[in-house]
Design a protein around this ligand. Sequence first.
Ligand code: AMP
Length: 468
Amino acid sequence: MWREECGVVAVYGHPEAANLAYLGLYALQHRGQESAGIAASDGRTVRCVKGMGYVADVFTPEQLARLPGSLAIGHTRYSTAGESSSENAQPFAVVCNKGHIAVAHNGNLTNAGPLRRRLEREGSIFQATSDTEVVLHLVARSRESDLAGALRETLLQLEGAFSMVFLAQDRIIVARDPWGFRPLSLAQLEMPGGRLAYVFASETCAFDLIGATYLGEVEPGEMIIAGPEGLVRQRYAPSCRTAYCVFEHVYFSRPDSVIFGRAVHESRERMGRLLAREHPVEADVVVPVPDSGVSAAIGYSAESGIPFRHGLIRNHYVGRTFIEPSQAIRDFGVRLKLNPVRHLLEGKRVVLVDDSIVRGTTSRKIVRMVRQAGAREVHLRISCPPVISPCFYGVDTPTKKELIAANSTIEEIRRFVDADTLGYLSLEGLRMAVEDLHGAYCYACYTGRYPTELVNLDELMAETRSRR
Ligand code: AMP
């Protein structure tokens, strides 16, 4: 019932499935740092270990040893203040009339509220506030006798964004919503003797870590069953136009991942190049806000000929500031996270490149930090358009009231962040950067035009408001 930024992984047919899921989650840690969990099956019993915190903190070797079997799913989750409780940690594992099942979900169901109310009226009991539990209830109540059939029936009732992984005693089933909002990819892992294991993950960087070969995406509207019969791919929903989340390329995914079939680093570098063409400026150095602005800054520097310098150093041992649970900690977080390299900035005209401005508070602090380090001018360049609308498909954005670009002109934002000049990449530039020739992406956070019908828009808006 709220936007969830998450990472999911699933492994079928490997004797060390839980260990591989653990490594996969490790690579997906940037997608959520609040809780982590793995469910595994040895063919008979589904076991689940989950907890609050980073993947490396939640799982000790002893805990991983409690997850035997050749099938596993994993989840890493970030949510916002007030909802950071352990009962919302995933996967959710239950025993129901379809057997032992566990599920992990990345995305946001836009009709979770109405579905949940209907289920509650009819007697269902919920333990957590997560959308994912709604899915389990629908599966359990389906008249279809097998899990795949029940899932097909369930998925057709869901609206919004979901990339889901399910674990049953002897199979893994994964599915992606027909719009394809959130990514989900497939890989294979060759084992001694030539047998194949299959791996699914939100991002391909998870495959690299475990040495799996990327095969492609789970298609929008597709369900894939990995079981004793091999891999069975089927469409559960008719194809419609897709709505890949462009923000995955702007910010959310790691630059070493291939998302929606496209290298993220390449998209970001192009964003930077186009940004340099759209908003050129005379300057001495191009400095990225690490890590999110690095690839775009490389592009800006290459296109403009202005040298790239690591003028801000990030402490990698603190979480992302945006992800901290309260405003007070977030403010502190910027100083915790970044430190300027005075010797590179002093007396310089600096082009400061970041991926996005949401509330504007981070940019304001960073611009100030760069000035305090002696920069003569600070020209802020943002590698996407102004964010003016909340996302209902799985990216955490604050209320419209808090989105600075929804309430201010570019000049007002420039004054607020105290930059000498401010330039955002245009929507057209962003489209070109991801080579979206056929309208395959969702740009709702920049345009306010949502690709799906949102019957309960007021409720969705209210949920955004209640979160912060
Ligand atoms: P602010 O403008 O202070 O709200 O923060 C913007 C910064 O947060 C940007 O530099 C992004 O790198 C980062 N950011 C933007 N959107 C998100 C998000 N949905 N989750 C986490 N971090 C984000």
